[in-house]
Design a protein around this ligand. Structure first.
Ligand code: M6R
Length: 597
């Protein structure tokens, strides 16, 4: 989704070249998904804007002559209100072109505000909701002639979930507001950043202040430094400076062709990081889960499939039944969520709007919130009563890979902690990490060949039973999001209740068939598809004639099969996308962090 980055330089002598900095920071935000971009500088008593649709990767230097500017704002846009056009790209300006705004999220009451502003003589040029913001600040400015006051007055009238950064041609600073979408301030030796994501400034600083909802931050240059003040409901608040644990190198490709393949390959290492959990804390969390009258997982996309596997694990290992509700539907069940409910939210980013909305509602009803999150200090982490970090490091490819595997590892540790076998699980998974490393190396070529055979198919079906059913879903999701092939994942037993009507000669059916308690039943379903002409790809450690092609997985203790099945499924989708000439890191229409409902 939209990415914001702004910079204010501390020192006239030691200033960085702001144009270069903003372009490189914006490039690091492009992994979030975008379709247009823009930059605005304050300089020579004017605001200067450059924006465009498409790729910022090819823009080397803007050459606007504003590398000496001290204040700039920049944005990657993921279109919501209005098409992908240069005019709709941010920053947006007010009538006099003195105020520029970048924004992430949605202004729900923009129509009413726009009508009112038009009545007051403002004219609009874009189709966006964002454009009302600079005009509204301009309207307030007319009354007080003070940008800081005008900004604070304007935001009181905005409804929705958003983050905003604004500048004024006569104001030697930056004004920011967070209400539902992430905003973090990075403190470097030469200046301050404001961004939706720490990845934008990780190569400059690891010191950050995370804004909370309803907080306004004003960064203002004085003689030789920058003054930072933060307010909530008109009261000044003091915030803690946090140290970011990620390294900049982790967010670079390190010689790999794509982030996706890098992130698949580094899974054995990221699994080891996921295992770095405090046993005592895990036991406490596990006991609370066991004690809770009602446990509900909530999550979206890949994280939801991890939660479904967690549900099987809790039931199989600890006989603890729980439910999984997709986050966008969760609040429709809020009548049944109360103080006896424990909600476990699973999220890589910790910023997914649907998840945040659902847990806020559950909290209002008195439920306890635990979360399994990758991004430290994310909104979800801060809203939760307890957080377990998955320690996958920065995941840049839009398609989740290592973050999913690490979510599984945490869920295994929790399930085993429920039966007091944390250490047993940890040592088993540590060994499995090594097995996965070998399996990725050995499988690569074979999977690439299979991908070449099936790359031109229009439809794929993925089937599995029990714990493997969510793996089928995840395999299908991976394929469709990066290769744009229609793919469905489903419980193998469900196929004959409808979907089997779609199987034709050579339709690929990927069968998740480890030699576990589901093997023979799944095989029968595979045979049913074969009888209708399917091209059956077995993901298995136990060969059978029904399979036209086999992706071999290593033998492990039955319950741990998902951990060794996932990398081959990810590799299959990766190679299909690459064979189709697509960039798997930046799938069309998708965003890494989905910050709108
Ligand atoms: O950051 P989250 O885990 O909350 O994100 C949830 C989904 O948006 C995410 O898993 C999405 O489905 C991925 N693109 C899957 O690869």
């Amino acid at each position: 989704m939209c990415g914001i980055v702004a910079y204010i330089s501390r020192d006239l002598e030691k200033r960085d070249k702001i144009e270069d900095m903003l372009i490189s920071s914006l490039r690091r935000l492009t992994y979030r998904g975008y379709d247009s971009w823009g930059i605005g500088f304050k300089g020579n008593n004017k605001i200067h804007i450059i924006k465009n649709v498409g790729d910022i990767e090819n823009v080397n230097k803007l050459n606007l002559g504003f590398e000496n500017s001290l204040i700039g704002i920049a944005h990657t846009r993921w279109a919501t209100h209005g098409g992908v056009t240069k005019i709709n790209a941010h920053p947006h300006l007010c009538c006099k072109k003195e105020i520029a705004v970048v924004h992430n999220g949605i202004i729900e009451n923009y129509k009413e505000l726009k009508e009112e502003l038009i009545k007051n003589g403002h004219s609009f040029i874009s189709e966006t909701d964002t454009e009302v913001i600079p005009h509204l600040i301009e309207e307030k400015y007319k009354l007080c002639n003070n940008f800081e006051i005008a900004f604070k007055e304007a935001i009181k009238e905005l409804k929705g979930s958003f983050a905003i950064v604004a500048i004024h041609k006569d104001f030697d600073g930056i004004a920011c507001y967070r209400n539902g979408a992430p905003l973090v301030i990075g403190i470097s030796s030469n200046g301050y950043f404001v961004s939706s994501d720490v990845v934008a400034f990780l190569n400059y600083t690891k010191k950050a202040i995370y804004l909370d909802d309803e907080e306004v931050a004003i960064l203002k240059r004085n003689e030789r430094d920058i003054e930072l003040k933060i307010w909530k409901n008109e009261k000044e608040v003091k915030k803690e400076i946090k140290e970011i644990s990620w390294n900049f190198e982790e967010a670079t490709k390190l010689g790999y062709k794509h982030f996706m393949i890098k992130e698949i390959i580094e899974q054995p290492e990221s699994i080891r990081n996921a295992l770095m959990q405090n046993e005592k804390e895990m036991l406490e969390v596990a006991m609370e889960i066991l004690r809770a009258k009602q446990v509900i997982f909530t999550a979206c996309g890949t994280s939801r499939y991890a939660a479904i596997i967690g549900r099987y694990l809790f039931s199989k290992v600890a006989r603890k039944f729980c439910d999984v509700i997709m986050a966008s539907e969760f609040h429709y069940f809020s009548d049944s969520v109360d103080k006896d409910t424990l909600v476990i939210a699973v999220s890589q980013s910790g910023e997914t709007a649907d998840v945040l909305f659902g847990i806020k509602k559950a909290k209002e009803n008195g439920a306890k919130i635990f979360s399994i999150v990758n991004v430290m200090n994310s909104t979800l982490a801060r809203l939760s009563d307890k957080v377990i970090y998955t320690n996958a490091g920065p995941e840049i490819c839009v398609a989740a890979t290592k973050s999913f595997t690490n979510q599984l590892v945490v869920l295994y540790l929790l399930a085993y902690s429920m039966v007091n076998k944390f250490e047993e699980a940890r040592s088993n998974i540590r060994k499995i990490a090594e097995i996965i490393k070998k399996s990725i190396e050995e499988n690569n070529k074979n999977i690439e060949e299979i991908a070449r055979k099936v790359k031109d198919k229009d439809h794929f079906y993925y089937i599995g039973r029990g714990i493997n059913f969510a793996m089928a879903n995840e395999g299908a999701l991976k394929l469709k999001e990066i290769s744009y092939i229609h793919a469905e994942g489903m419980p193998a037993g469900e196929l004959k209740h409808g979907t089997i009507a779609l199987i034709e000669k050579n339709t690929p059916v990927v069968v998740i068939a480890p030699k576990d308690y589901t093997y023979y039943e799944t095989l029968s379903n595979a045979m049913e598809t074969k009888a209708r002409g399917a091209f059956v790809i077995g993901v298995t450690d136990y060969a059978h004639d029904v399979f036209d092609a086999i992706i071999e997985i290593p033998k492990v203790e039955e319950i741990f099969y998902p951990l060794v099945t996932i990398a081959p499924l990810q590799l299959l989708s990766y190679y299909v996308a690459v064979e189709r000439g697509l960039n798997p890191d930046k799938p069309r229409n998708l965003a890494k962090s989905v910050t709108v409902k």
